[in-house]
Design a protein around this ligand. Structure first.
Ligand SMILES: Nc1nc2c(ncn2[C@@H]2O[C@H](COP(=O)(O)O[C@H]3[C@@H](O)[C@H](n4cnc5c(=O)[nH]c(N)nc54)O[C@@H]3COP(=O)(O)O)[C@@H](O)[C@H]2O)c(=O)[nH]1
Length: 868
C-alpha cells in the first residue's frame, strides 16, 4: 500500500524541506503537517477541500482518526509511523474518510521533518487524489485486496463486490463467520446473498441507498451458508469512480452482533418484565416469543417440573395447545420424550428425528402432524442445581447434530432467564405460603381464612344463603403439650388438620387460627346440616390418634355462628363463633353450641370486667382480707390466710370465685400472686412491729406462678424487703400443681422450700391427691378441703376420709389444717380426730386488717374473762 523511501540525509535521519519551501506545491497538493505525536498541526485549503472539513474540525486530531479503524490498527500502518519518527519517509495509497463518511482513495507521501538536532518534530503529509492509473490498479479487486492489507489480517468479515453487483472478494473472516468461500459466489449479488431473508420493503430501501452511492449501515438477521441465523451489523462503503461518478465497488463489512442482540432483545426485555412483577406465564411467553423472533425456524416451549417429578406446560405460544395439553402432569423418566428425559437426566437431550427416536414413541402421533421433526430440550435448574423445568426448541427443518451458535446462545440465555423467572415465582409462592398458610398444618392461616370468609359472605349475601362459621377448640390441648412434648403436640395439630380436611365437603374451608384453635367455613349450609357436620367432625377428631407409639384421644369443643343471623361481617362471625365455643366449653368438654345474642352480652360484660380487673391489679384496686387459723391444743393463733377481695364501684363486690379464674384466663394471675405476697408480708411485718401475735401468713398462689424460675428470688426479695423470716410465710397451692407438667414447677417448689418458706397443699382430697407426689414434693402442710368438713356431721364416709387424711398428714409429718369449720359439731369431730389446726366461719370470717385487730382484742377479752 505504501513504500518506504529513505531521505537524502547521510545519517539516515529525515531532512526535509520546511513548509515554506513547499509553497509551490501548495497550489497543487493537499498538505497536512502533523506534530511529533501524530496530531494535525496545520493543513492547507486543498486538503480541507479534498476531505470536506473546516480547519477547526481537523486541527489537533490524530492522524488515525481519518483512516478506517482497522487500517489504523494495522501493524504496517503503525510501522510506517514508527519509521517516520525515525526519519524514514514513506508513500502509498490509502482509503481515508471524507467528512460525509464516504471513502476516498488518496495517494500520500509522508515526510518527516527534523530540527537542528536531528529530532523529528513534525511529519508532512502530501496528499492527492489517487491517479487514474493508481485507481485503476486498485479497482482491480484482486490487486486492491492484496493492497488492502487490513482484510487479510484482521478477523473482520469483509466482502467486496464490483460495479456490476457481483461478489469479487471475501476475507477469511467472512468465510469463518458465514461459511461461504469466494469460489462458490461467482455471479452472486451481495444483497441477494446476505439480505434475502429480510423484509422486502427493507431490502428495497437497502438497494436504493446502495445504488445512490450512499454508505449503508444497519443490523440484520441473516442466514449463513448452513442456514444458521446470525444477527449482524452490516456496513457497506461504496467506492465511487471519480471519473465516471459511478459506484465501482462496494466494500461490505459484517460484524456478528448475535450476543448483544440477544442481550438487548431478550435478556433486557425479560429482566424488565421481571422487575415489573409481570405474571410468570407472561414472562415465559415473552421469552418464547422473543426467541422465535430471533430464530424463526424454531418453536419454543417451557415446562415446569413439580416436586413429584411431573411436568406442566407453562408457556409455548407457538405450540399447538392440543399438544401442550398432552404433557400436563407428565411423569419424567429416562425415555420420556426430549423434555421428560432432559429433566430426568438433568442434561440437554437432542432428538433429531422424532419419527424414529424411541423416546418420542408415545407422543409421535400428536407431534408429527404439526410438522415438527426434531426437539432439543434443556433442563432449567435453580441455584442449587435442582431441575425446576425444561426449555425446548422444536424444529421443522432437518437438524444436524451440530447446533448453531445462535441456537446455542439462545438456549443459554433463555434457560438462565427461565431459571430466574421460575425461581422468583417459587420465592413469591413461598412468601405467599408463609403469609397465608399455617406452616405447621399447611391450612390457611387467619389472614387467608378471613379473606375467604369475606368472599363467601359476599357471595352468600348475593344469593341470599347462609354460611356457617365453626370455631373449633381442642380440649386440654395445653395439657397434652405440657405432659408429652411440644413435638407430640405439633403432631396432634397436624393430624387434627388432616382429619378436618377429610371430613369436610370440597366447598368447605378449614384453617388454623392459632394454637389449638381451628376455623371451618361452610357455605350454603343450614342449621341442621351444620349440626350433622359438627357431630361428624367431633366423632372423627375423637378417634384415637396414633403418634409415634402413643395413642391419644382428643375432644373438640365447637362454637357456631351463622351468617347472616349471627353476624354480618367476618370479624363479628368469628367473634361470635368463639363466644359460642367458650359457652359450650363452660358446659364441659366435647360440647358444641350455636351463638345466641345473650352470649354476646355476657361476653361484653366479661370484657369490661377483665379490663377493670387489669386496672385493679396494676393500680392497687384489690385488697387482702385475713382469716385466722387456730391451734387447737392451746387455742393460739397458728397463722392467718390472706384472701383477695375486690370491690369495684360499678360491679360492686366481685367474689374471688369470679375474679381469680378471670385473672388466670387473662394472664394476670402471676402478677396478682406477687401483689398478694408483698401486701400480706407488709401487713404481717406491720403487725409484728405493733407486737400483735400473728406468727405467719398464708398466701394463695396459682400453679402458673411456679412456671417462672425467678419466683424463688422474688419471694426472697419480698421477705427481705419487709424484714421477715422465711417461716413467716406459707404459700398455698392447689392439687392442680401436681398435674402441671411444666418443667420449671418442681424446681421452683424446691427452691422456695430451700429458702425456708413453707408450702401448703390446699383443698386436699378433692383432686389428684397423689401420695407419691406428696412424698416427693417439699410440702409442710395439708389443708383438708372444706367439702369433707361440711359433710362430717352426716356422712360417715366423709368422716372416715377426714380421719384418713389426718393419718396421711401424720405419717408424712405434715401439719393438717381443717378449713371451712362452721359448726361446733364439726369442730369437735375434727378435734377428736386429732386435727391440730382449724379455720372457718365458726372461729372467724376473713376480715380486713382493722377488723382482725378488733377480733383479736375481743378474743383476748373473752380469754381473760374465761380466765377469771
Ligand atoms: N390464687 C389466689 N387465690 C385466691 C386468692 N384469694 C382467694 N383465692 C381463692 O379464691 C377462692 C375463693 O376464696 P374466698 O371466696 O376468699 O373463700 C375463702 C374463704 O372465704 C372460704 N372459707 C373460709 N372458711 C369458710 C367456711 O367456714 N365456710 C365457707 N363456706 N367458706 C369458708 O374458703 C376460701 C378459702 O379457701 P382456700 O384458699 O382453699 O383455703 C379460694 O379457692 C381461694 O383460695 C389469692 O390471693 N390468690
Amino acid at each position: 500500500m505504501y513504500e518506504k523511501t529513505h531521505n537524502a540525509g547521510s545519517n539516515g535521519q529525515g531532512v526535509t524541506p520546511a513548509l515554506s519551501q513547499l509553497q509551490a506545491l501548495d497550489d497543487v497538493l493537499a498538505i497536512a503537517e502533523f506534530d511529533g505525536n501524530g496530531c494535525v498541526r496545520q493543513v492547507n485549503d486543498n486538503l480541507l477541500n479534498l476531505f470536506g472539513y473546516q480547519a477547526a474540525e481537523v486541527i489537533g486530531r490524530h492522524h488515525s482518526e481519518f483512516c478506517l479503524p482497522d487500517f489504523a490498527r494495522h501493524p504496517r500502518y503503525l510501522v510506517l509511523w514508527q519509521d517516520l519518527m525515525r526519519g524514514i519517509s514513506g508513500s502509498g495509497v490509502i482509503i481515508a474518510f471524507h467528512k460525509t463518511g464516504r471513502l476516498i482513495w488518496v495517494d500520500v507521501t509522508w515526510v518527516p521533518v527534523a530540527d537542528m538536532s536531528g529530532k523529528i518534530t513534525s511529519v508532512l503529509a502530501l496528499v492527492r487524489p489517487a491517479t487514474d492509473q493508481t485507481r485503476h490498479d486498485f479497482e482491480q479487486p484482486a490487486l486492491m485486496y492484496q493492497q488492502f492489507q487490513v482484510a487479510e489480517v484482521i478477523h473482520t468479515a469483509v466482502m467486496v463486490s464490483d460495479g456490476d453487483g457481483y461478489i469479487r472478494y471475501v476475507s477469511k473472516g467472512f468465510t469463518q463467520l458465514l461459511g461461504w468461500e469466494i469460489n462458490g459466489l461467482n455471479g452472486i449479488n451481495p444483497v441477494e446473498l446476505l439480505l434475502s431473508g429480510i423484509d422486502e420493503s427493507a431490502r428495497q430501501a437497502v438497494i436504493r441507498e446502495l445504488s445512490a452511492g450512499e454508505p449503508l449501515e444497519g443490523e440484520y438477521l441473516i442466514q449463513d451458508k448452513n442456514q444458521h441465523r446470525h444477527w449482524v451489523r452490516l456496513v457497506c462503503y461504496p467506492i465511487v469512480n471519480t471519473h465516471t461518478r459511478q459506484v465501482s465497488h462496494q466494500v461490505w463489512m459484517v460484524h456478528s452482533v448475535t450476543h448483544s442482540k440477544i442481550y438487548e432483545t431478550l435478556q433486557q426485555q425479560v429482566l424488565e418484565a421481571l422487575v415489573q412483577e409481570r405474571p410468570l406465564v407472561d414472562v415465559l411467553e415473552l421469552i418464547c416469543n422473543e426467541v422465535e423472533r430471533i430464530a424463526p425456524d424454531i418453536t419454543a416451549t417451557i415446562l415446569e417440573l413439580d416436586n413429584h417429578g411431573r411436568l406442566f406446560p407453562l408457556a409455548g405460544p407457538g405450540m399447538a395447545k392440543s399438544f401442550s395439553r398432552q404433557l400436563e402432569g407428565l411423569q419424567i423418566g429416562p425415555d420420556v420424550g426430549s423434555c421428560g428425559s432432559a429433566a430426568w437426566f438433568n442434561h440437554p437431550v437432542l432428538v433429531t428425528d422424532i419419527a424414529t427416536d424411541p423416546r418420542w414413541e408415545p407422543f409421535r402421533d400428536q407431534i408429527l402432524p404439526l410438522g415438527y421433526i426434531g426437539c432439543w430440550s434443556t433442563p432449567v435448574c435453580n441455584n442449587q442445581g435442582k431441575v425446576i423445568g425444561t426449555f425446548a426448541f422444536y424444529f421443522r427443518q432437518p437438524l444436524t447434530e451440530r447446533i448453531s451458535l445462535l441456537h446455542q446462545y439462545l438456549i443459554d440465555v433463555s434457560t438462565h432467564l427461565c431459571s430466574l423467572a421460575l425461581t422468583r415465582e417459587h420465592a413469591r409462592q413461598r412468601i405467599s405460603q408463609l403469609a397465608f398458610y399455617d406452616s405447621l398444618t399447611g391450612l390457611p392461616n387467619r389472614s387467608l381464612l378471613q379473606a375467604k370468609l369475606d368472599q363467601e359472605v359476599e357471595a352468600a349475601a348475593h344469593r341470599n344463603e347462609a354460611v356457617a362459621v365453626l370455631f373449633i377448640d381442642l380440649d386440654r390441648f395445653k395439657q397434652i403439650n405440657d405432659s408429652y412434648s411440644h413435638q407430640l403436640g405439633d403432631d396432634v395439630l397436624v393430624q387434627v388438620a388432616q382429619r378436618l380436611q377429610c371430613a369436610l365437603r370440597v366447598t368447605d374451608i378449614a384453617g388454623r387460627l392459632s394454637g389449638d384453635e381451628f376455623l371451618v367455613v361452610m357455605p350454603q349450609c343450614d342449621k341442621n346440616q351444620v349440626q350433622e357436620a359438627v357431630s361428624r367432625l367431633q366423632a372423627v377428631l375423637h378417634e384415637p390418634l396414633e403418634l409415634s407409639g402413643t395413642s391419644l384421644s382428643v375432644t373438640a369443643t365447637v362454637g357456631i355462628a351463622m351468617f347472616p343471623n349471627d353476624g354480618k361481617t367476618v370479624d363479628e362471625l368469628i367473634q361470635h363463633a368463639d363466644l359460642a365455643m367458650s359457652q359450650a366449653k363452660s358446659c364441659g368438654r366435647g360440647q358444641w353450641a350455636f351463638f345466641s345474642n345473650d352470649m354476646g352480652q355476657t361476653a361484653q360484660e366479661r370484657m369490661r370486667l377483665e379490663s377493670a380487673l387489669r386496672q385493679a391489679v396494676k393500680q392497687g384496686g384489690l385488697q387482702l382480707y385475713y382469716q385466722p387459723q387456730i391451734t387447737l391444743h392451746d387455742n393460739s393463733i397458728y397463722g392467718v390466710e390472706a384472701l383477695a377481695r375486690w370491690y369495684h364501684p360499678e360491679f360492686g363486690m366481685v367474689p374471688p370465685s369470679r375474679f381469680i379464674p378471670l385473672a388466670q384466663e387473662c394472664g394476670l394471675i402471676a402478677e396478682l400472686g406477687i401483689w398478694a405476697m408483698d401486701t400480706a408480708c407488709a401487713q404481717l411485718a406491720e403487725w409484728q412491729t405493733q407486737g400483735i401475735p400473728i406468727p405467719a401468713v398464708s398466701v394463695n398462689l396459682s400453679s402458673t406462678s411456679f412456671h417462672d424460675l425467678s419466683l424463688p428470688d422474688t419471694v426472697a426479695k419480698i421477705l427481705e424487703k419487709h424484714g421477715l423470716e422465711p417461716h413467716h410465710l406459707t404459700l398455698e397451692l392447689t392439687e392442680s400443681v401436681l398435674l402441671d407438667s411444666n418443667v420449671n414447677t418442681v424446681t421452683c417448689l424446691n427452691e422456695v422450700n430451700a429458702l425456708g418458706v413453707r408450702l401448703s397443699m390446699d383443698d386436699f382430697g378433692t383432686g389428684y391427691s397423689s401420695l407419691s407426689y406428696l412424698r416427693r414434693l417439699p410440702f409442710s402442710e395439708l389443708k383438708l378441703d372444706r367439702s369433707f368438713v361440711a359433710d362430717l356431721e352426716n356422712d360417715e364416709i366423709a368422716c372416715s376420709l377426714s380421719k384418713a387424711i389426718m393419718g396421711i398428714g401424720e405419717s408424712l409429718h405434715l401439719t393438717v389444717v381443717a378449713e371451712g369449720v362452721e359448726t361446733c359439731e364439726q369442730f369437735n369431730r375434727l378435734r377428736d380426730q386429732g386435727y391440730p389446726v382449724v379455720q372457718g366461719y365458726l372461729l372467724a370470717r376473713p376480715m380486713a386488717p382493722q377488723s382482725l385487730l378488733a377480733w383479736l382484742d375481743e378474743r383476748q377479752v373473752i380469754a381473760s374473762l374465761q380466765g377469771n
